[in-house]
Design a protein around this ligand. Sequence first.
Ligand code: SAM
Length: 280
Amino acid sequence: MKATLYLIATPIGNLQDISLRAIDTLKNVDLIACEDTRHTGQLLAHFSIKKKLTSLHQHNEKEKTKFILETIRGGGSVAYVSDAGTPAISDPGAFLVNQAHLDNLHIVPIPGPSALTTAFSVAGISSNQFQFIGFLPSSQGKCKKTLQDIFNMNMTTIFYESPRRVVKTLAAIIDIFGSEKEVVIGRELTKLFETIYKDKAISLFDKISQNPNDQKGEFVIILSRTEKNSLAHSDISDEHVLKILLNELPLNQAVKLTATILKKKKKEVYNQALEIKNEK
Ligand code: SAM
């Protein structure tokens, strides 16, 4: 094989999803770099591939990149695979590839599974435009701010989610987008307990929060763009109204108007306004 860096997508669950080209390339390269040698070792064992492995993960990416590029410059062929799915999508790989570009090395992608495209393909959303934001920020304040930005942007948005946070995230979605917001969830895609939900945020919150088994595994969440003419009152969160008014008016006036518009108690709105001010 000629001196090349191959970026190879691997299955996100079902091992049969690996491509023939991926197997062929993994068999023929001089070296396979991967996130976790034990993890990739199991994948290779399944396909009876015996090959030298070296680890490249987010903590050693700079030193290992040097070594890999030297190997390729010396005439070797190297494959990079992440633990699952497509490298560089919420996974390491981008630094290595960028350095290879800077060195004018030959780079070849071997496409295949990704949780991102797998989930979108079963979402039934006829949109040519979407944004992928990886994982939501881990702090609650930043997470809500990101969801608020998505609400304001009104663009179909896909993100990855962890089992620990899925219920909290659904609660935050209800808070910002309203309980009627349609949400698509792909859980354990391509695996034994694959579940695909497309329902109102409140129904999914009820279903998933009440069933611990539904909270296990790996998740992709999709929020579709809301058509402008269907922006009903229930789609606009109380917090959103309050934030807009707080930006334009003194606190007391914003509280009074929000309470009147939303038919809420002034004291309750006042406390929410203080929280928003403190977040800033
Ligand atoms: N590079 C990978 C890809 O192309 O999909 C993503 C790596 S990212 C570190 C891992 C996250 O992807 C998981 O926490 C989960 O949110 C999502 N994910 C991976 N496999 C999945 C699956 N089988 N079903 C649902 N989500 C999955």
